[in-house]
Each structure stands twice: as C-alpha cells, then as structure tokens.
Design a protein around this ligand. Sequence first.
Ligand code: AMP
Ligand code: MG
Length: 420
Amino acid sequence: MTCHCAEIITPGLLDLFDARQRLIDTATPINTVETITLEQSAGRVLAETLLAPLDMPGVDNSAMDGYALCLADYQAAPGGAGLPILQRVPAGAGVMLLPKGGCARIFTGAPVPMGADIIVPQERVTLDQRGHIHLEGSLVLGANIRRQGEETRIGTPLLAGGKLLDAASIALLASHGINAVTVKRRLRVALLSTGDELIAPGTARSPGQVYDSNRAMLNVLLAQAQCDVLDLGVIADSPQSLHQAFEHAQSVADVVMCTGGVSVGEEDHVRPVIEQRGGLHFHGVAMKPGKPFAFGYLGAEPSSSTPLMALPGNPVASLVGWQLLALPFIHAMQGRAVAALQRYPVKAGFSQRGPQGRCELLRVLMDWSQGAPVAQLAGGQGSHMLSAASQAHGYLMINPATQVTEGATYHYYPINQFAA
Ligand code: AMP
Ligand code: MG
C-alpha cells in the first residue's frame, strides 16, 4: 500500500508506507515464551498455533427452547393425533434415547435425544387436552439442531500463533476448557525525552520551558501496547548525556524509544549519537506531521543490536509517528501479526491548500448529522497543537500536491485502530 507519490515527495524523505514496511520487515520477533494462566493472558501474544482439543459443539444440541421429536413419528400419528411428551431434557442432561412414539420437552443447549431429528420452537407448538403436541409452520429435518463439531473439529486450528489474546479469544479458549497458554514474553522498551526546555508536569513553568507531554503520552501508549516501560526521564541536549543514556537504555531494553532532538538543527544531537553508537536505517519520512522520524540501532551491527526509534519532539508529530510507524514495529517485535491499516473513503467538509512534498494527516472529526459521514477539521493543525489531536476521530490523508476540496473524497484512517 503506497501513496504512489515518489515523484512528488521531497527528495531524501521516505514514503510513509515504505517506511512502515521497512520497520515491520526489520523487526526480529522476541522468541522467549512463558506459560501463564488464561486469567493472566489478556493482551498477550499467543506464541504458537493452538489446535482445538475438542469438537465444538461437543454434542448435537438444541438451539431453542421447544420440543425434540422424530418428524416421521409425528407425521405417522393416526388422524393428526400429535405426540405425547414422554421426556424432559434440560441443559446439562446427558444424551438420552427418545422414547418411541413420543416427543421430548427440550431447552436451549440441551443434548438432542437419540432418535430425534428436529427441534420445533415452543412458539410453534400447541398442546391439546391430552397433552399431545401439535406443530405449526414449516417442518424441516434437522432444524434448530446445532451439530457436533459444526463450528470446530477436534485437531483443527483454533487460534494462530501471533494472535493477540483479547476478550473473545480468551472466551474461545475457555470454551474449549483451556486454562493455560504459552505466550511471548513482554517487550521491554526504554523511553526517554530529550530537551533542555523540558520540565515535569506539576512544577512551575518559567518562560521558555515546556512540560514534557511526550513522555506522559508514550508511557500510556506503550503500556496500552502491553510493553514494560523503562522510563529514563529527560535527557539534556548534549552528546555526552545522550551517549550515557543510550548506553544504559541499550543494555536494559529490547527497544529504545526517544523523542525530540532528531531534526537537523544545531541542538539536535540524536542523529549523530545514533550514528556513533550504531547506525541508521532511515531518517525523515514524507509525512506531516512526523517528518523527523529516525529508525536505527545501537550496537555493532543491526542483527545483534538494540533497535531505536527516534520520534519527533513536536507532540502531534510524536503521536502520529507512534501510531503509523512505531506501533507496527512494536507489534512485529512482540511476535504479533501486524494488522493492515484500516481506511475508507470519506468526503471532506472543508476546502484548504494541500501539502507540498509529503502526505498530510489532518486531524478530523466525523460528522454523521447528514446521514453519510463528512470529515471536519478537529481544530488547529499545527504539529504542536494537542487540542485537535485530543478531539479527533481519525486522520484524513491528503497526498502531496493535492488540494483539499469540500465534497471530494479522501482516505480516512480511524484513530481507534491504533488503540492497542
Ligand atoms: P525538537 O524536535 O527537539 O526540536 O522539538 C520540537 C518541538 O517539540 C519543540 O517546540 C520542543 O519544545 C517540543 N518538544 C520536544 N520534546 C517534547 C516533549 N517531550 N514534550 C513536549 N514537547 C516537546
Ligand atoms: Mg529539542
């Protein structure tokens, strides 16, 4: 999936989708696994494909509250006499034998008695004075019987390795009686902010100082992505401080993530320090916001080193860089199947000048008041403006050298796809 805009992106910048693919392709999934209880497994990544230990359903059972019978017996009853109720089968009962010449009262989930070939829902059954049942509506052999193994046969794949264990997957495993799973170990990510201007929320701000919002944000995002975060705090804008911080980070984490100092200004020391301590895969992505994204490694050679992602300092650039580039890399490192980006066409409810040299991700709200969705700007679009990012439902992707025209259609990327 590329935006096919290689000829119109700024030279030296990598296409956003190419950058994303390079990150995914470069990731080496962690191979350490652990076995944990199903209760502890929410959000973990299944390490191996699980085969169904059982047929599901385990036995032919009733899909309705009603009556189980042999259709031929009912049709053969002389003079339309109906059938007497000779048996009662609640859920939890064993498999019974249907008494000849009669029917069974049966409840949802209860095993179909042997000899019965149809369940008739109670709404379509009337009882006469003798207590015999009479049926209404069409009678189809096999109706309302959930067949043994119709969903899953024993020994067939149940969940693939790399699957994130969410509530439905955990329920599926529980339904097969599984109470322990082998999962990948959690990823350790070292997180650091760079910038002499940064101060901690809760302290007083002097003119020129900036609260460190990126670390607050990335702590949340990494935790939501099931990473163990090693928060290394704020690192000063000097090569020595960065050398020290990266040396430590590299020794304790699977992945290093930093923000700020990754442009090409005189105070931007991140890139040269990465190059001295390891190397760069790429620096600069044709996206707005998010251009100064760098991907590299700390260590002698890429294969035996610690990957590092340097996110831009501007808060919205950092957020978008995380969502589109860092998150799929983290998923790939976790051994998780990386989901394709979800996007769909949506009309813009506004016109404005388009981006030059890179794709723009406009923070938008979806307005459903007219029936079909229309994208409206969620607020100011500066890469330092968190207000719009905090309100937006998604991004409208505008290709380089493309105007935004009210009523025209663009790709919309819902933000909730980046939630985990
Ligand atoms: P830089 O990439 O270091 O040049 O930073 C670009 C802009 O982002 C500057 O206005 C910084 O003050 C701001 N910035 C950098 N790091 C952070 C951070 N951790 N939290 C909030 N703003 C930041
Ligand atoms: Mg800086």
